[in-house]
Write a protein that binds this ligand. Sequence first.
Ligand code: FES
Ligand SMILES: [Fe+2]
Length: 463
Amino acid sequence: MSVAEDLRAHGIVVPTGKYQGYAKNRRPNPDPELTLTGPGTPCGEYLRRYWQPVCMASEILDDRPLRLRIMSEDLVAFRDKSGRYGLLAANCSHRNTSLEFGIVEEDGIRCCYHGWRYDIDGTILEAPGEPEGTKITERVKHGAYPVFEYKGLVFAYMGPADEQPEFPVYDIQEQPNDAMVPYSITYPCNWLQVMENTVDPIHTVFLHTRITEVQFSNSWGAMPVVKWYTPDNHIVTTSTYRWGDHVWLRAQDVCLPNHARIGAFLYEADEPRYFWRSALTKWTVPRDDTECMILSWRHYGPDIDPENLGIPDDVGKEKVDFIGQTMFRDYRERQIEPGDYEAQVSQGPTNVHAAENLGTTDIGVATLRKRLREQVRGLADGTREPARPSRYGDLYYGYVQDTVFPIPPRSTDEKEDEELRSQISDVAMEIVLEADSLPTTDQRTARIKERFAKLHEDPRFST
Ligand code: FES
Ligand SMILES: [Fe+2]
């Protein structure tokens, strides 16, 4: 057989429409409106209207400043000797030496080059080389941002000073019996593709279960009915799985613009549980346009991890206690057993939306992009204020939750079971939203749990 015949026999000489590598070898550009976050960019201005975590408190040592890069701004964070946190522009206002080499003092930080001393609000307290009575300390203003520590994370507001919002404390951040352990992971890619993972629940069926070893629990391998709800600034994604005689309902809660809460993920759906809350709470913060980090808490304790399946000691700087979240694995192992990190980072330095082909399971991704675009454009053209959470009771209420209902299938018809699960998702969301009217978290939680525990008796769901 000639080479030509051999190629033809293997289908390698093909008719039009196949082998389109050359036709498609020019990649379109990324979407600048949602991916660029430096000063003055529309999305950067939008993200700056929210409190953002910038590092873990444990990264700021007592006597050393910490260099940071947040939304393409070079900054230093420090804690002065009187215990106050500061977040200043990195380059000294005198001749631009980085304050990361500065000396932390009782009040503020002193530049190493000529000794200018800065207060935490950017006031220049001293310029010791200048003559007495110099006005330079009043004339020059140094960049500074308000910053404070909350539960081991350091939060900053980097927007216009007169637009500073309240820091929203959510119910899931103030749960009883909840040990919250901070962690931080770097991703060498744009922030948006990391953020989008939470509104893409179908990936868990494949990436975490069917394509790989079972990474979390077997129940993840069932194909869920996925629905999306958008109360105020939330995008709530419910995934409702059939697992034997149980229906497992997970609600992931994304809070615009870059905050997300994830329910329990190490547990099988083989016995009832009601309204478990966040196992993981995170912000995806851009460092610049092709690097970001998540700053997060893992939650432990009897209400979210009663069997102690999590490992708090494995959580911290560039580490977390479940597979596939960092680059610190052998490359071959990452190829054999890829995780979220590999899936997200390998989309490219900035994922190119114009080269994707979104399907019906990508409604969450499309919804997030649409809502972000509305927000970014609305702020840029002055027609819309950044979305804020509604306060219902003593704290801001969130929607993350994880419930297993003892509701068997009504028949063997798969479509009918999908319809049943879709209805369960709607009714559960209704119950949660109704309970938002209650004034305290305890009352709200008790009401939801009570109604969830009886849902299997509801004639719509009992056999
Ligand atoms: S460069 Fe900082 S004091 Fe001169
Ligand atoms: Fe994942």
